[in-house]
Design a protein around this ligand. Structure first.
Ligand code: NAI
Ligand code: MG
Length: 503
């Protein structure tokens, strides 16, 4: 489909700026790079400098239609391959992604402002791991035989759903995409992904790399804005399954589109994840656990960020102080610099949103804002979207900072006295994605783990999503699970019953 030479290098590139330029102006449809049919494109900006690094193809309904038709055609043959063969091809993709891990890490750091050492490399590694994990699950796509009646053979088979429409956000774009694309493909579906407008480059490169292995049309990538490109994708009649990660507001739009067509939908939405710290915890481990839980190295731009921390009163002051000291020691700077722990906020829109939360917190009577770390001094970064992490004390559950998802480097620490009271506070939320408990009293810990309203509860750790463990929230945090075998079976196949009367 290319009307000019392949624009991107086949070998891994260590120059993210050159790669960003080469990726400019394209979707990936039917096995090749193609420009937007409208000819329009939009700027991709390096949030550390404010400079434009690429132009992304601006997709609309015509591009969506082309991608979905390609995907629908390709899916027919893809579904005929033995499941283990599909898995083996996805496994091969994982190997290619590993070879390109450093390249992908640099590219994601450039477009998202996430620090290379602490975040972007981690993401690139996990992406390959997710494809490897699902690539091994092909043979699990099996059915059952049901003892219906002596002379009736009754079996179930797992069948793919068809074309999957996947909409992804910008905070961990490659990883969140992998959680959708890997199980969808292994299960025999084809996929059209709409990337986030803030971070379209690394996922486009992933798509191109995987298309070296996969048959053309099985995995397609579009860039563009929500209403112009996302909406026609979710509404397209040939799209038979929707999977979305992003805000609650947009999640509801996607769910309505699914309802209109009566197709299944998986939603991974926001969170306001509580971290509950008991006085008997391992203090130092818990302080460093709080830094990880709050995802400070990702500028708090995580749906599982522990943006409300409850600390048992006897250790409250010491905990706040220790956390401030630890965050102060983190280095904010150029995302591509190996010394950097904390990079930038993704966009000016998000920057302003987070700042308005901080201003509101500071203006609240009785609140204290502990502003941490230091702004980078490098002149080249003076237009960068750097935001000092803030730890608030003196706010209570009435505050918007305790109730709403901030999606920035801001957390609120509150004291508590009784387990029942802190449980009630933790559950008093629209959200229910994740929670963590820090205690050496497993009797109390397990009791609360069972009663916390969340899809994922961890005691004495707070890891991000892991392959093989079901991940997904309750309440407004979403519908359905990702990352596991059960997620692949339940959300990317349907179970057909076949009966044979042999009497
Ligand atoms: P968003 O939910 O609007 O964007 C996510 C994706 O949905 C993007 O690809 C976007 O283009 C697409 N989209 C937007 N409108 C659409 C529509 N009408 N139809 C189809 N697709 C559409 O999130 P946004 O605006 O980037 O961030 C707003 C807030 O959402 C953040 O501050 C954060 O609180 C939350 N968020 C949560 C994420 C998570 O991991 N659960 C990820 C990103 C944002
Ligand atoms: Mg939005």
């Amino acid at each position: 489909m290319l009307d000019r030479p392949h624009p991107t290098p086949s070998a891994p590139s260590n120059d993210p700026f050159a790669l960003a330029k080469a990726l400019s102006g394209f979707h990936f449809i039917g096995g090749g790079y193609v420009p937007a049919r409208s000819g329009r494109s939009f700027a991709v900006v390096n949030p550390a400098t404010g400079q434009q690094v690429a132009q992304a193809a601006e997709g609309d309904a015509a591009d969506v239609d082309a991608a979905v038709r390609n995907a629908a055609e390709a899916q027919k043959e893809w579904a005929k391959l033995p499941a283990r063969k599909r898995g083996a091809l996805v496994h091969q993709c994982a190997a290619l992604l590993k070879d390109h891990a450093e390249e992908l890490a640099r590219l994601i750091a450039l477009e998202t402002g996430k620090a290379l050492r602490t975040e972007s490399r981690v993401e690139a590694g996990v992406v390959a791991d997710i494809f490897e994990f699902f690539g091994g699950l092909g043979s699990e796509l099996k059915g059952e035989s049901v003892p219906f009646a002596p002379n009736v053979l009754s079996v179930t088979v797992r069948e793919p759903l068809g074309v999957v429409g996947a909409i992804i956000p910008w905070n961990v774009p490659m990883l969140l995409m992998a959680l959708k694309v890997a199980p969808a493909l292994v299960a025999g579906n084809s996929v059209v992904v709409k990337s986030a407008e803030e971070a379209p480059l690394a996922v486009l490169r992933v798509c191109e790399l995987m298309n070296r292995v996969l048959p053309p049309g099985v995995f397609n990538m579009l860039s563009g804005f929500g209403p112009e490109c996302g909406a026609p994708l979710v509404e397209h009649p040939l799209v038979r399954k929707l999977t979305f990660t992003g805000s609650v507001e947009t999640g509801k739009i996607v769910a309505k589109a699914a309802a209109e067509k009566l197709i299944p939908v998986t939603l991974e939405l926001g969170g306001k994840s509580p971290m509950i710290v008991f006085a008997d915890c391992d203090f130092d481990k818990t302080v460093s656990g709080a830094l990880t839980s709050m995802r400070f190295t990702r500028q708090g731009q995580s749906c599982t960020a522990a943006s409300r921390i409850y600390v048992e009163r006897p250790i409250f002051d010491r905990f706040v102080q220790a956390m401030k000291t630890a965050v102060d020691a983190m280095v904010m700077g150029d995302p591509l610099d190996e010394k950097t722990d904390i990079g930038t906020i993704i966009s000016t829109g998000q920057f302003e949103k987070v700042q308005s939360f901080i201003e509101e917190g500071k203006a609240t009577a009785g609140a204290t804002a502990h502003v941490c770390s230091a702004m980078p001094k490098d002149q080249a970064l003076k237009k960068g979207l750097f935001l000092q992490p803030v730890i608030f004390t003196g706010l209570d559950s009435k505050s918007r900072l305790v109730r709403e998802e901030i999606f920035g480097p801001v957390t609120v620490i509150q004291p508590f006295d009784e387990p029942e009271a802190v449980l009630a506070e933790a559950n008093d939320s629209e959200y229910g994605l994740a929670a963590s408990l820090w205690t050496n009293n497993l009797k109390v810990g397990l009791d609360l783990a069972h009663r916390l309203e969340a899809g994922l509860v961890q005691i004495n750790q707070n890891l991000v999503v892991q392959a093989n463990l079901s991940y997904g929230g309750v309440k407004s945090s979403g519908l359905g699970k990702e990352a596991s075998l059960e997620a692949m079976l339940e959300h990317f196949t349907h179970k057909k019953t076949i009966m044979v009367n042999m009497a």
